[in-house]
Design a protein around this ligand. Structure first.
Ligand code: SAH
Length: 341
């Protein structure tokens, strides 16, 4: 058991099991959210700290990189020495942190660095939270004064492939007595695990659902994303409709433009047709280079044309600003350099 995986209520219950007063649970809970190390907690005696040592989270910032645009990439290390990356992005409306949900990934998308090593393991809810707590503290925030307003589950890993821990994370991070981040400010990005999208809809959390589509036909999608062999685009879009029915939230489509692969006029027309009448928004992403992959990005001007074509087709669309490319912090660039060399 790790204390970071528990809600405030569960922590208080644990204290009772240990024969300690309930308020110790609240103190622990706050200390964890404030990313304090056990040694720093002044309200605990030495003996108490000793008692808590085994179960207190030990994740830490292993390294930090800063880009000129203000984006910061963090390597976070866990008890078993595995490392994941998370990224802080500064926008006018607030700060967004991009969190990892798995060490590595087993989805095998052609253009993405996170999958090169395969899946090492799932992260627990507490380990996903820990990334947020550490980044919040590192930027001068605490539980009361958060420096983070938005969360995107778009780091390494496929969130819906780690369904239970991700659900627990969503519940814990939005708890009023915890970080209290509005579920509307949380985006979950998936390559399209249809059964899990429906399960997520049934939970009615109301988080933003983002689909990594990247192609307009199943044949083309299969070339980029192995998951397309399991679920068709039609099935994914039907699951998105279900998500909208259940939550009232519009969904988002991510479409990474790859030169000569999915960026033709015909693709734009097909994409408009697919999405016509749906309550969604398309984020176009310019492919970020991944050195092991031979894919190139569409030029900016071409991307703008593609975006215009979508808009003319009645689809809401924008090109996403890419942040943190020079520190390998942009979409698809997250990898574990320390393990993969
Ligand atoms: N597994 C989830 C979460 C990863 S999110 C998912 O597939 O959605 C990362 C987003 O960046 C996804 O939309 C992914 O398709 C996209 N992406 C991956 N590699 C990229 C690259 N090299 N350049 C631009 N976007 C990339």
């Amino acid at each position: 058991m790790n204390f970071a995986d528990l809600s405030q209520k569960e922590l208080c219950q644990q204290m009772e099991i240990l024969g300690l007063p309930k308020f110790r649970g609240k103190q622990l809970y706050d200390a964890i959210i404030n990313a304090q190390e056990l040694d720093e907690i002044s309200v605990f005696s030495k003996e108490l700290k000793q008692n808590f040592k085994k179960n207190y989270p030990k994740y830490k910032i292993f390294k930090k990189f800063e880009a000129k645009d203000g984006t910061k990439k963090y390597l976070i290390q866990f008890d078993d020495e595995s490392i994941v990356e998370c990224v802080l992005m500064k926008y006018k409306y607030g700060n967004t942190v991009c969190l990892s949900t798995q060490v590595g990934c087993r989805m095998g998308c052609e253009f993405c660095a996170s999958t090169l090593q395969g899946l090492k393991r799932n992260l627990s809810a507490g380990e996903i939270l820990g990334q947020l707590y550490l980044v919040n503290r590192d930027n001068g925030g605490n539980k009361k004064d958060r420096t983070i307003t938005n969360i995107v589950l778009m780091g390494s890993g496929e969130p819906l492939d780690n369904f239970e821990n991700v659900c627990k994370f969503i519940e814990l991070v939005s708890a009023p007595e915890g970080m209290n981040i509005s579920r509307r400010n949380i985006s979950l990005s998936t390559c399209g695990l249809v059964d899990k999208i429906k399960e997520l809809a049934d939970k009615e959390y109301g988080v933003s659902l983002t689909i990594s589509l990247h192609a307009t036909t199943d044949e083309e999608r299969k070339k980029l994303m192995p998951i397309a062999n399991k679920w068709s685009i039609a099935e994914i879009l039907e699951a998105c409709d279900y998500y909208f029915q259940k939550t009232g939230r519009r969904f988002y489509i991510e479409y990474t433009l790859v030169k000569g692969v999915n960026d033709s006029e015909e693709d734009a027309t097909k994409l408009s047709k697919l999405l016509k009448g749906k309550v969604c928004h398309v984020n176009l992403i310019l492919l970020n280079p991944v050195k092991e992959r031979n894919l190139k990005s569409t030029a900016r001007l071409e991307a703008e044309k593609f975006c215009e074509l979508l808009k003319n087709g009645g689809i809401s669309a924008t090109i996403r600003r890419s942040l943190g490319q020079e520190i390998g912090g942009a979409c698809g660039q997250l990898r574990n350099k320390f393990i993969s060399g």
